[in-house]
Design a protein around this ligand. Structure first.
Ligand SMILES: Cc1cc2nc3c(=O)[nH]c(=O)nc-3n(C[C@H](O)[C@H](O)[C@H](O)COP(=O)(O)OP(=O)(O)OC[C@H]3O[C@@H](n4cnc5c(N)ncnc54)[C@H](O)[C@@H]3O)c2cc1C
Length: 330
């Protein structure tokens, strides 16, 4: 039974029944089983394996980037789902295609990017998606989702919802990027601060990407050195009432208004509960960002999961907020 340790960024050591590499979309046509017989794997950077996988693991290695349309304003690309996300971002920047630069250095594959509608620094993949090509393992046919039918939301899409999870193998995505390289988005996080520090007045997409990379490298643990899956929880959105109650006690609670509600950083809530940098056995919360749960090397998926549930329980007790897992618990 092959080990999946090298195939998940938490570095959890569990076995799979079998690993089958998918190199071309046509390989999918030969799959005779039902969705329950398979487990779809990209880069393993958004999952916590709490048990072995007694299924055939389909490892997405469908490569290739094709220019479908191009004019002076922009370009439409079809990108193979097995392409590495960050390498794709760098390829686009090199060609002068603008849009993905704020999403630099996110681990994983292109095919997994629409699943949780990856986002960072004020940008989400949904901003560029025209369509998603997938193979329906249930009906055994290729299907195309237009942007609307993907039902994108904050770290969510139709592909992540329980009723559809594991049914559609995303083989490629179709995106529109701009050639207007000066339409960069530097408002979010510390991007503008870094650019000011470097004395960049009119940032190019390369400048923005480099700023994002340096911020992320300073703040996030590299899975090659310390196992993790990035943000473990989603940032909760709470009612104005609840927000005001928290604010009465914690004057400086950070928040972003969303309509008449407020999004509060989950990392802040977890930090207030005393978890930042706290180690419990082989797991714990990262010292620079409490939102990230790490594996110090020997943790089992069950141990990490139990820790995550304890973190969630303490936030619920202190703030009456139920955090939702961003990471897929398998
Ligand atoms: C250090 C670090 C930083 C991160 N930062 C961010 C961030 O800033 N923003 C963000 O949004 N995410 C972030 N993530 C999470 C992660 O990188 C993304 O969610 C990424 O898109 C996962 O890609 P993957 O190929 O590794 O997916 P996997 O972990 O392999 O799979 C994730 C889920 O999608 C399913 N799946 C994978 N590929 C396919 C496919 N082709 N078709 C159908 N289903 C599929 C899997 O079965 C699983 O349920 C971070 C992770 C790490 C480790």
């Amino acid at each position: 039974m092959p080990s999946l340790k090298a195939y998940n960024t938490f570095g959890v050591d569990v076995d799979a029944k079998e690993i089958q590499i998918i190199q071309r979309a046509d390989d999918l046509l030969a799959l005779n089983g039902s969705p329950e017989d398979y487990f779809i794997l990209g880069g393993g950077s958004n999952m916590l394996l709490t048990q072995g996988i007694d299924k055939i693991v389909l490892k997405n290695e469908i490569k290739g980037i094709e220019v479908l349309q191009e004019n002076d304003e922009g370009v439409v690309l079809q990108i193979g789902g097995g392409e590495n996300w960050h390498e794709t971002v760098l390829w686009c920047i090199d060609k002068g295609y603008a849009g993905f630069e704020n999403l630099s250095l996110i681990p994983g594959t292109v095919g997994a990017a629409p699943i949780q509608n990856i986002g960072a620094y004020g940008v989400e993949i949904k901003d560029f998606i025209l369509g998603v090509h997938a193979y329906d393992l249930q009906e055994k046919k290729a299907v195309i989702f237009n942007k609307q039918s993907c039902q994108f939301a904050y770290r969510d899409s139709i592909f992540k919802q329980a009723a559809h999870k594991g049914r559609f193998f995303i083989s490629s995505i179709v995106v529109r990027l701009s050639k207007d390289v000066f339409q960069v988005n530097t408002d979010y996080g510390a991007i503008q601060l870094v650019l000011d520090h470097l004395k960049v007045d009119v940032p190019t997409i390369t400048d923005v990407s480099n700023a994002v990379i340096s911020i992320r490298q300073a703040k996030l643990p590299d899975p090659a050195e310390i196992g993790n899956s990035g943000s473990f929880f989603k940032n909760p959105v709470v009612s104005a009432d609840k927000y005001e109650r928290i604010q009465e006690k914690y004057e400086k609670v950070p928040s972003y208004p969303i309509g008449d509600q407020y999004k509060i950083p989950a990392g802040w809530l977890i930090e207030q509960c005393g978890w930042k940098g706290k180690r419990v056995g082989h797991t714990g919360n990262y010292e620079k960002q409490a939102l990230i749960i790490v594996n110090y090397g020997e943790a089992t998926g069950q141990e990490i999961y139990e820790h995550a549930r304890n973190v969630r329980a303490s936030v619920a007790q202190k703030f009456d907020i139920d955090l939702e897992f961003e990471v897929n618990i398998i």
